[in-house]
Design a binder for this molecule. Structure first.
Ligand code: ZN
Length: 129
């Protein structure tokens, strides 16, 4: 890992308290704060991080849901009914408008996450029953 202060690579990070915040730092940077011993907490944190990575990896990156025929058209029509431009809808969904453009023209199959957001925002159902 790297020192959170200077960015140098470190084998065994030291944990210091600087202004009430914990930092994992290299030997050189320990003088900047108050060194504290938190071996257990760090192990736990690492384990949790590994678990999270594994959960993420097991999820398919492509959409596994069956979308209805003409889902792009349905999105476009519902969006227009609500008087939203692609840009406005993209902002509400925290997505790029180019992504929405491609979804509406069905050049791109959105992920499960995006589908759910669109469904919620436009109050429509895009999945096969
Ligand atoms: Zn450092």
């Amino acid at each position: 890992m790297n020192c959170e202060i200077c960015g140098n690579e470190i084998d065994k990070p030291k944990t210091v308290l600087i202004d009430g915040t914990q930092f994992d730092v290299c030997e050189n940077c320990t003088s900047l704060g108050k060194q504290i011993e938190v071996p257990d907490e760090r192990t736990e944190r690492n384990e949790r991080r590994i678990q999270r990575t594994q959960n993420f990896a097991s999820k398919p990156s492509f959409s596994s849901v069956e979308l209805i025929d003409g889902f792009g058209k349905k999105i476009m029509q519902s969006r227009q009914k609500k008087g939203l431009t692609i840009k406005e809808l993209a902002m509400k969904l925290y997505e790029k408008d180019s992504v929405l453009h491609r979804i509406e023209s069905e050049k791109f199959t959105p992920s499960d996450k995006i589908i759910k957001k669109i469904e919620k925002e436009l109050e429509i159902n895009l999945r096969e029953q």
